[in-house]
Design a protein around this ligand. Structure first.
Ligand SMILES: Nc1ncnc2c1ncn2[C@@H]1O[C@H](COP(=O)(O)OP(=O)(O)OP(=O)(O)O)[C@@H](O)[C@H]1O
Length: 276
């Protein structure tokens, strides 16, 4: 195959499979004191359309940097990133990002319904519909994340877990193909966290999304994902790409007793602890 034909095939495959293709992408930051800080050594990674992939590693290993590069919120110092056939150079239209801190995710002066409306109006291939149709769609999205009846409330009137559900509903309203989640549940209590994990799994399946999920919680990463990318300390790049070959549906209690999970937890834990 000629190079031109190979490139062409790669592009059409990219469109068809909606892959994230990271090719030697790395990031060095210029710190305020003028020193260069390694955010992430160059990494290469392909994520298939419809995959659920998590990124784990110690604090400062570059998890958020990797996600922000894919989200187009940072420019790589080296290498390239593509979402589908498009080279990332700013936030891709087909991707939505949910932050760790729900206080930053939502517009506090807008009602829950209007926060979701924002997602609807600024969505992927958004088309104008009447206000009544919009309201109907917003109510459906809120129902989907278990927040029926909160349309006219303000974010500050909701618990942290509920606010994160609003952020997810708003992201879904934008009809993304790719959902990027940066430690979205780290600030909520353990029980709400389990429920939110199951919500994300349901949404992933029902909407056929590709999910890239950053967490410091190895158990969470294994429970959710088909693949867990372990990063080396201090922006050192990829230590291991671990396949989680345990079928879905998974349930919180059974999954954690599965011998395959216990083996993988041991493997990933020792990689993270040993990734120095
Ligand atoms: N804007 C920035 N300016 C300078 N250095 C930065 C910036 N953002 C990140 N860094 C540095 O890049 C490295 C990787 O940071 P990053 O936030 O990606 O790590 P992380 O694995 O997500 O950490 P955590 O688990 O603590 O959130 C760290 O050393 C961090 O201090």
């Amino acid at each position: 195959m000629t190079h031109a034909l190979e490139a062409e095939t790669a592009l059409t495959d990219g469109v068809r499979h909606g892959v994230i293709t990271i090719d030697g992408a790395g990031k060095d930051y210029l710190a305020l004191d003028g020193n260069v800080v390694r955010g992430l050594s160059p990494v290469s990674l392909t994520i298939e359309r419809g995959a659920f992939v998590s990124v784990v590693g110690r604090s400062g290993c570059g998890k958020s940097t990797l996600l922000r590069l894919v989200a187009g919120l940072e420019k790589p110092t080296s290498g390239t990133i593509r979402v589908g056939a498009e080279r990332v150079d700013g936030p891709p239209d087909s991707a939505r990002y949910v932050f760790q801190n729900y206080n930053e995710s939502l517009l506090p002066w807008r009602t829950v319904g209007d926060n979701v409306r924002f997602g609807l109006r600024h969505g992927h291939g958004a088309s104008r519909v009447s206000k009544a149709q919009e309201d109907e769609l917003i109510r459906e999205h809120l129902e989907e994340v278990g927040l029926g009846g909160t349309f006219n409330r303000y974010p500050s009137e909701l618990s942290g877990g509920m606010q994160q559900r609003v952020a997810i509903a708003r992201a879904l309203a934008a009809r993304p193909e790719l959902l990027l989640l940066d430690e979205p549940f780290s600030a909520v209590d353990a029980l709400s966290r389990g429920t939110l994990q199951d919500l994300v799994l349901r949404i992933w399946k029902e909407h056929g999304l590709t999910v890239l999920f950053v967490t410091h919680d190895i158990e969470e990463a294994l429970y959710l994902s088909q693949r867990v990318i372990v990063l080396r300390e201090k922006g050192g790049g990829i230590e291991r790409d671990v396949t989680v070959d345990i079928p879905y549906p998974r349930t919180q209690v059974d999954f954690r007793e599965d011998p395959r999970y216990l083996r993988l937890r041991r493997e990933v834990l020792s990689l993270v602890v040993g990734a120095e």
